[in-house]
Design a protein around this ligand. Structure first.
Ligand SMILES: Nc1ncnc2c1ncn2[C@@H]1O[C@H](COP(=O)(O)OP(=O)(O)OP(=O)(O)O)[C@@H](O)[C@H]1O
Ligand SMILES: [Mg+2]
Length: 261
């Protein structure tokens, strides 16, 4: 394992073992979980630990199969075929990570199906090729079930092609370790920020659509470590990003004052 230079990732459970086992058996993996809980960092860490190149695609509602597979482009008067990130990963035996996969257009699922069952092939209609995935190729997809609406879910025939893992915000002791390491702030103040994060997460569903992410706690801690006052850092990193509602904001700031005393 070339794990030495892998980006820092603190495991919360057996996710690294599960990912490695899926990789070893050529199985695709689906990561579910709220924004900013460590999914992207986990994939970057695992790709480096397994010594595989990583191609990440941020999916959006205009993303088509051609964006993943490739297209003919005009280059100096000639048309040349240019591989998309998925095709490159299939050829090279890399990890292809489709972030927010539910956002992608429907034709993307059609492409993923033969790649994510035991065939492991990528048919490229435009060139007539049918690529067999190189050893080491792995498909990883993630999405946030919280944003789900009726139109944007994965079909059972797609989701049942993946080994799936649920991610959530870390336990306080883990989150303290993550935020301390990422921000360089002293553990005492990080502990208070994490306590506040726990309280803010308790408001999910009542006043807030989503609880505060670990990413935002890292932001607040980083700003404080850089010299910003605690009140201001909390306001800009842990309150304003969560809501536009003035009453809710005031409530969140009061909660912060209560936690920090
Ligand atoms: N277990 C962890 N180990 C190390 N860092 C973590 C961990 N969990 C969260 N982080 C920190 O939180 C930040 C946000 O995580 P990341 O970008 O991976 O979230 P995500 O789940 O991919 O979110 P999104 O769904 O919005 O893309 C990271 O940059 C990192 O600083
Ligand atoms: Mg991400």
């Amino acid at each position: 394992m070339r794990g030495a230079e892998a980006p820092f990732y603190l495991a919360h459970g057996d996710e690294c073992e599960i990912f490695a086992a899926a990789y070893g058996n050529g199985l695709p993996v689906l990561l579910k979980g709220p924004t900013g809980c460590g999914k992207t960092r986990f994939v970057a860490h695992m790709a480096a630990a397994l010594g595989r190149p990583l191609y990440t695609v941020a999916c959006h509602d205009d993303l088509t199969a051609a964006d993943l597979i490739g297209r003919y482009l005009l280059k100096g008067g000639e048309t040349v075929w240019v591989d998309g990130p998925l095709t490159r990963a299939v050829r090279e035996g890399a990890i292809c990570y489709l972030d927010e996969v539910v956002e992608a257009r429907k034709d993307v699922a059609v492409v993923l199906h033969p790649l994510t069952d035991d065939r492991r092939i990528l048919p490229i209609d435009r060139t007539g090729e049918e690529l067999e995935a190189a050893p080491g190729f792995m498909l990883v997809a993630s999405y946030n079930p919280g944003y789900q609406n009726i139109l944007k879910t994965l079909k059972p025939s797609t989701r049942q092609r993946f080994v799936a893992m649920e991610f959530d915000f870390p336990k306080p002791e883990h989150e303290i370790a993550v935020v301390t390491r990422e921000s360089g702030l002293d553990e005492g103040r990080v502990r208070s920020l994490v306590r506040l994060a726990g309280k803010l997460r308790g408001l999910k569903g009542q006043d807030l659509e989503e609880g505060v992410s670990t990413r935002l706690v890292v932001y607040a801690a980083t700003l404080i470590a850089g010299g910003m006052g605690v009140d201001r850092a909390i306001r800009v990193a842990m309150v304003e990003p969560l809501t536009d509602d003035e009453d809710v904001k005031r409530g969140l700031l009061d909660l912060a004052t209560a936690v920090f005393g």
